[in-house]
Design a protein around this ligand. Structure first.
Ligand code: NAG
Length: 237
């Protein structure tokens, strides 16, 4: 398996081959090499692009003995690809939401969140920008969300070459599996209780008014219930 050219090429690419002569003819060092310089198949690093506080793979690789394999990254001279927004968990009672994301296959120096109210997003307005987060972070909290509010949240990655793109505000649909997502904060349960009490009170008042009108006002002002005209008219029909 080690001698397969593909794997050797991979090893060379990720600079984990300890020897300077990966292409040396095998018959030169046939005997003594077996135990010492056969590191076994290099394992992938314990790197998860969605894990919070994940050390960058390049650092794992530098620290590892033997060095492990990292997923390929785009060039550091290009702005990062967009991260992928994951789970958004809303804590309605506290007006906050916890947002998670996964790193792109690009070198990233920092992240931040952008938050629009839905109407502002649709109108192409400017977002609120969150504080910068270091490259290990995959989870952040939004606070001060209004009960019953609707928002769009995007995560941006940045490196020395620029920022990852964000779909243009104003777009009706927020693309799935991209850096953005919608989030809706349910109305406070207490608000619902108030609404229920309000509707109940209104109904009770209406009933009272109807009863009062029926028993009291009609009596006092002599509501013309059996006017002779009506009776005659009815008879005529
Ligand atoms: C990155 O930020 C997190 C959360 O604020 C913090 O716990 C961690 O120590 C920071 N890491 C580095 C390398 O600065």
């Amino acid at each position: 398996m080690l001698s397969s050219p593909c794997l050797l090429w991979l090893l060379a690419l990720t600079s984990v081959v300890p020897r300077a002569r990966p292409w040396a003819p095998p018959d030169l060092e046939e005997e003594d090499d077996d135990s010492e310089s056969t590191p076994g198949p290099a394992a992938p690093c314990d790197y998860d692009r969605c894990r919070h506080l994940q050390v960058p793979c390049a650092e794992l690789q530098r620290a590892g003995r033997p060095a492990c394999l990292c997923p390929g990254l785009s060039s550091a001279a290009q702005r990062p690809e967009p991260p992928r927004l994951g789970d958004v968990r809303v804590v309605a009672e506290e007006g906050r939401a916890v947002v998670r994301w996964c790193a792109p296959s690009s070198p990233v120096h920092r992240y931040w969140l952008l938050l629009w109210e839905l109407l502002l997003w649709e109108g192409g307005g400017a977002p609120q920008k969150g504080p910068p987060l270091n490259a290990t972070v995959r989870r952040a909290e939004l606070s001060g969300l209004k009960p019953g509010g609707a928002y769009v949240v995007c995560v941006v990655a940045a490196n020395g070459a620029g920022e990852s793109p964000v779909p243009g505000p104003g777009e009706d649909a927020v693309p799935a599996f991209g850096p953005c997502g919608r989030l809706a904060v349910p109305p406070r349960p207490i608000t619902l209780v108030h609404a229920a009490v309000g509707v109940g009170t209104a109904l009770a008042l209406l009933s009272c008014a109807a009863l009062a009108w029926h028993f009291c006002l009609r009596e006092r002002w002599g509501c013309p219930r059996r006017r002779p005209v009506d009776t005659q008219a009815a008879d005529a029909l």
